[in-house]
Design a protein around this ligand. Structure first.
Ligand code: DAH
Length: 346
């Protein structure tokens, strides 16, 4: 074995160990690629050695070839290994960043809930159904006959001005109260009857803390033989105790509504200020809660019922105002405002 060969052997080994050291020290894929190009690439260091092999004797050539191929293999393997280490390190770094604690309790799905008005409506429906009442629905677009005429409010009667009406083309209107459902109820059920009609009503009013153009009412009617004011008072007290879950102070005043005779206005002591005076009760300590009375004979007749044989009571109240009282809401505009910060409190 000649001197040249000894030199060649040593150079190859040096190239190999030098390359392995550089690979071990490399901190990036770019650094690894630089080593690959320099050592394994075309015109790289190993290539230079392969080119010199032509000058060797055949048996020397075989030996040197084996040595070179071994070095090539070793460097390639080292490059692959180091590359895999980089990939694993990157993966671990990501897992460290993106871990999830599976033992944490879940926040759970966000659940909605009923609007305060819907809730009171549902409670009143349940209460009255338990007392033999039927819940009825009526149209929000009403005829003049149902909203006014059949309720003993003739065309030239000043009572029509009590309710500022949204009139529609063609003579229909947006119902100004739930009382027209009384007429539909009498037509549909016939006497004796007990009906409850919650629903949305509309008035052409300017909006302030106590007035909205759109609000909710609930109407009740009972028709039977020998119905008296005592029956009416019993049902009203039962209803208010259920809504407020306690006894509330009430007062009954004579009140005028064309569809009842006698007619009353029932006030409750203001639950927001306890009677001392606040914006909701307009400083009076009392809040008008509902209108009621004994059904006017003309209304019974308009509903196809003989007032000589039957009589009844009726009442109507603002569900919106009821909700305000129960939850201590001091501005009616919150209820239909759609602000989640308000709604999520219930
Ligand atoms: N409809 C009346 C209103 O909107 C409320 C009302 C008063 C209803 C007396 C009645 C009643 O049934 O008897 O102001």
């Amino acid at each position: 074995m000649g001197y040249f060969i000894l030199m060649l052997d040593q150079s190859i080994r040096e190239l190999e160990s030098g390359s392995l050291a550089r690979i071990a020290a490399a901190e990036s894929l770019e650094a690894l690629e630089a080593v690959r190009v320099e050592v394994l690439g075309r015109k790289g260091a190993l290539d230079q050695f392969f080119k010199q092999m032509g000058r060797l004797a055949p048996e020397e050539r075989a030996r040197a070839g084996k040595l070179l191929n071994g070095a090539k293999q070793t460097v390639e393997t080292a490059l692959e290994t180091r590359k895999r280490q980089f990939a694993e390190a990157a993966l671990h770094a990501r897992l460290d960043r993106e871990w999830v604690d599976l033992t944490l309790p879940s926040p759970g799905p966000r659940r909605g809930h009923f609007h305060p008005i819907t809730r009171i409506q549902g409670e009143l429906e349940d209460l009255f159904v338990s007392m033999g009442f039927t819940v009825l629905d009526g149209p929000e677009v009403e005829t003049e006959r149902h909203n006014f005429d059949a309720l003993n409010i003739p065309r030239d009667h000043p009572a029509r001005d009590m309710q500022d009406t949204f009139w529609l083309d063609g003579g229909n209107l947006l119902r100004t109260h739930t009382s027209p459902v009384q007429v539909r109820g009498m037509e549909r059920l016939g006497p004796p009857l007990r009906m409850l009609a919650p629903g949305r009503v509309f008035r052409n009013e300017s909006v302030d803390a106590c007035h909205e153009h759109t609000f909710y009412q609930i109407e009740g009617m009972m028709v039977d033989r020998e119905v008296s004011v005592a029956h009416l008072i019993y049902f009203m007290k039962t209803m208010l105790a259920a809504v407020f879950k306690r006894d509330v102070a009430v007062r009954l005043r004579p009140g005028y509504f064309p569809f009842v005779e006698p007619g009353f206005e029932l006030d409750i002591q203001c639950l927001i200020c306890g009677g001392s005076g606040c914006p909701v009760c307009k400083q009076s300590g009392w809040v008008e809660q509902l209108g009621c009375g004994l059904v006017h004979p003309n209304v019974l007749r308009a509903g196809g019922i003989d007032p000589e044989e039957w009589n009844g009571f009726a009442f109507g109240l603002g569900l919106t105002r009821l909700a305000m009282m129960r939850y201590g809401i001091d501005d009616i505009r919150h209820l239909q405002g759609g602000d989640l910060r308000f709604l999520e409190q219930f």
